[in-house]
Structures are given as C-alpha cells and as structure tokens.
Design a binder for this molecule. Sequence first.
Ligand code: OXD
Length: 319
Amino acid sequence: MMNKKVLVASNWFSRYCSQAKSLLLEHGCEIMENETDRALSFQELEPLVADLGAVIAGLEIWNRGLLQRARKLKIIARWGAGYDNIDVDCARELGIKVTNARGVPSGSVAEFTVGIMISGLRRIPQKNAWMHQGVWKQVMSSELCGKSVGLVGFGSIGRLVAEKLKGFGVKLFAYDPLADTATAERLGVTLLPFGELLAGCDIISLHLPGSPENRHLFGAEQFGRMRDGAYFINTSRGNLVDESALYDALVGGKLSGAAVDVYEREPLDPVSPLLEVEDLLLTPHVAAFTRENFHRVSLVVTRAVIDVFEGREPENLVS
Ligand code: OXD
C-alpha cells in the first residue's frame, strides 16, 4: 500500500490553498501542515521524515542528514522557484525526485520589485513611519522616470520586471550570460557585461538563483564599482549579497538606499545592524506572498505530488 503522507512545510496551506488541499485529500493523501509562520527547523523535521511519502517544501533546509532519514520519501516539491535549500545531488542519489514551480511566482515577485523600487526612491515607508509616530516631516526623494535600471539576471522574473517597467520612462539594461537576446531586444533591454552594468546604472536589481557559485556576488568591490548614490534591490536570495558590505555601502553614503526582501540568515537577526539603516527598506521574504500566487503555486506542487504517487513523471523536475 502506497505511503501517501504529505508534509506541507510551506506556510498557510489551509488558509490560502484550499483547492490544492482538496485535491490532495481527494487523492487519498494524509496531510500534515506547518502550523507556524516560519520555516521548520531540523529538530522539528527530524522526528517526522522517516514516515513521509512527499514533502511540499518551503524554505526549510533539506540537507543530507535529513534526506538520509527520509527512507519512504518519493518527492520534494518545492513551493516556489528557488531550490537552494534542498541538497538536490543527495536527493538524486537517494532516488527522491525534486520539482519546483518555476516561473509561477514570477509575476508576484516582479510586481513587488517595481513596488519597492518606487517606494524606496520616493522614501514612502519612512514617511509612513513618521506619520504614524505623529511626526510631520517632509523630505526630498527621487523620480523613477529617466533612471537607468540594471537587472542582474534576465530569467522569467528579470524579464517581467523589464516588461512592467516599460511604462515608467526608464532605460533598461541587463546582465545575464544566458539571456535570450530576442526577448531583450523586444523589451528594449540592452545587455551589458557585469562591470559595465554596475558602473552604468542608477538602480541595480537582482534576479538570479542563490546557487553556491553566486554566493556574495555583491561585496565591497562590486558596491564600490556602482554609481555614487545608486539604489540597490535584492528580492532573489540573501546569500548573493555580503550584508556587512551592503551595510558599509549604505552607511558610508556610496548607495542612496536599498530595498531587501531576502537575507543571509532568515529570519533576520533582531539585532542586525541593517535594522539601524534608515534608507534601507526591509521586508520579510514576502515578494511571492500574494493570494493569487499561493493559489497557482499550490496547484502546481500538488499536481507534482499526485503524479509521483500515481506513477507518472512530474513536471518541473530539477533532479
Ligand atoms: C521562491 C521564493 O523561491 O519565494 O519562490 O523565494
């Protein structure tokens, strides 16, 4: 008898993914949910894994230690696009399939990127915070119109950011060795080498995976090569940026500001020096958190789990 125990480790499955939940139940799955508002820890996962047939993974870490204990596990369906939290090589060795929902959250993330770009340049969060403290304080800000925007990574999210920015009167640039040149041309995006992009843009926004080779792609040297007063955005993965170098670039005045949704360690340490920087817009890894995206992604990952339980090859395999 097939083990159809599914751990939904991603957040808010019952609250926002009711159709996907019904689908799992109709297919005879037994569901265990993450009842917290955060990623589960190794200590929380360890006692559960031996009995699981499938995991719908959030951002918790699936390392070798955990995977080796998961003797009945057939599939990890990553709830989202990035899968840097899963040891894919180890999963492959153990015959565990890994899938993701590539491309599905891109619209939500791209919209969020444009949102924090405008919010950050116009310093809207600071003004809102002052108003709530009863402080009437008017400060200067910058327009987005006329700025050069550099996208580091021109995959599905980078391309959608470019598309959404087209009406804002910006000049668009991108760095991506694998970029689709026809799409870049269609969207009016000029492809540049990395160094030229850094030096030539007013706003730099990251849209690439958090794979080990991209670790600290942005450190003191790269911030130093950017334009004085540039604005920096990271909605991709925290490990792409050396946070202490970002702090120095902000406090030292090299950057005029930054907006960050992802961190080297999540949740962000409540005593992180980043919290002291006023022109740093901080959000808790929520670029993909929209009702629409939860609905879409949950159906994709649920179908992958059901496919594997019913002996079919799932879509979006990453291993
Ligand atoms: C994702 C994310 O990878 O939410 O989808 O960061």
